[in-house]
Design a protein around this ligand. Structure first.
Ligand SMILES: C[S@@+](CC[C@H](N)C(=O)[O-])C[C@H]1O[C@@H](n2cnc3c(N)ncnc32)[C@H](O)[C@@H]1O
Length: 380
């Protein structure tokens, strides 16, 4: 049972989670706009760490291209699923500062596409002063991340946070080595109730990726409802067609999810199946299946690597990083702190229930967030 707000979206019968999630989320995001943060927080909407790390790396890649005489005259960066725009603003601010510090001129060459399915959200974000400060290098476009409306192969950097988990997903269950689909029902009451029913059907094959799904399911435990991120796979396939991989383009995705079966079987099957679908407001989310998406990337002849987001940050920033949630509700800060920042925010951490050992940096929890990077496969 998951608590949620009354919704107009009711299915009278059990349907594929793909259908339910697509309908519910499109309705949710077009209605909520920037107020989506009333229902949940994300790791990039207040914390600048991921954006700063990505900007540092991107800047270094641009400098390398320049040295090689391969820097394009327009530097295209795309971000789909833009939230409050902070992910873009922190990134662009860092790029600008790096330019100033090193007397380079990359920032002014950037064309940063902010694409989102919600027109209302795009309008809300355009008005924010942090975003507006970069208006000259930003283009706002209404689009669906599973089918972006571009055809030139000129994107040098594609980045997103917590969007793949929102894209339509199917739920599959392995039973006696057979793959069944878990169908879902959402009731319209004070509470949103989700029930999962298994069904022997081949309907899930209509979404494609049968080879990757079959291979991935072999590694999955029996009886667990496994989210298969087919919407994210569609997005990855389409986005890879507009990326300038030959020039070293990179696609970075931040999201929560799993990369192997052990991360699933760490929870008893009943508990996993009860909480596999989560409801925030009336938005429906599931973990991203990075294992499946790595196989999709491989079959697109690309290289994919998934790290814990904290590992990624530590590699780039060369210091220990701690995931934290400070406070509760709308005002909560979800993000990452260095050891020094932990010491500075000691009393807030204490108030939020963190132990002395944690505040001293002696223990760290996995916050479930992963950083996946896709790029051209290195030739052997
Ligand atoms: C969970 S929010 C994450 C926002 C922001 N990236 C962050 O991490 O704070 C999901 C975002 O994706 C957008 N979105 C959802 N489905 C989409 C789709 N199919 N195509 C493009 N954007 C989508 C929503 O409008 C929203 O901005």
């Amino acid at each position: 049972m998951h608590k949620g707000r009354e919704s107009e979206r009711v299915s009278e019968e059990f349907v594929s989670f793909f259908q339910l999630q697509k309908q519910a989320n499109e309705e949710y995001y077009s209605r909520k706009g920037i107020n989506l943060y009333e229902d949940f927080g994300t790791t990039v909407s207040k914390s600048s760490k991921v954006s700063v790390a990505q900007a540092l790396e991107f800047y270094a890649r641009l400098a390398k291209l320049e040295r090689e005489g391969r820097l394009p005259s327009e530097i295209n960066v795309h971000e789909y699923g833009i939230g409050n725009g902070a992910f873009a603003a922190f990134f662009l601010e860092t790029m600008k500062k790096l330019d100033e510090k090193n007397s380079t001129r990359y920032y002014e060459k950037i064309m940063y596409v902010l694409g989102d399915i919600s027109k209302k959200l795009l309008e809300d974000v355009r008005k924010r002063k942090e975003v507006n400060a970069h208006a000259k290098v930003i283009e706002f476009i209404e689009l669906d991340a599973t089918n972006p409306p571009f055809n030139k192969k000129n994107v040098l950097y594609m980045r997103s946070s917590e969007v793949w988990d929102d894209l339509p997903t199917i739920l599959l269950v392995k039973k006696k080595n057979e793959v069944l689909e878990a169908l879902t029902l959402m009731k319209n009451e004070q509470e949103v109730e989700m029930k999962i029913q298994m069904q022997k059907t081949d309907a899930w094959k209509q979404h494609g990726f049968e080879k990757e799904i079959t291979e991935m399911m072999k590694a999955m435990p029996e009886e667990y409802a496994i989210p298969v991120s087919v919407g994210a796979a569609q997005s990855l396939e389409k986005c890879s067609q507009i990326m300038d991989f030959e020039r070293g383009a990179v696609l970075d995705v931040i999201d929560y999810g799993f990369t192997n079966a052990e991360e699933i079987t760490g929870e008893p099957e009943e508990m996993w199946n009860e909480f596999v679908v989560r409801v925030y407001g009336t938005q429906l989310t599931v973990d991203v299946n990075f294992l499946f998406l790595e196989k999709v990337a491989e079959n697109l002849r690309l290289q994919a690597k998934t790290l814990q987001t904290t590992e990624y940050l530590e590699n780039v920033l060369s210091e220990k990083i701690f995931p934290v949630t400070l406070g509760t509700g709308k005002k909560a800060y979800v993000g990452y702190l260095t050891g020094k920042e932990m010491a500075e925010r000691k009393s807030e951490l204490k108030k939020s229930g963190y132990s002395k050992e944690f505040i001293k940096g002696k223990i760290r929890e996995d916050d479930g967030y992963r950083a996946m990077r896709i790029m051209k496969r290195k030739s052997k």
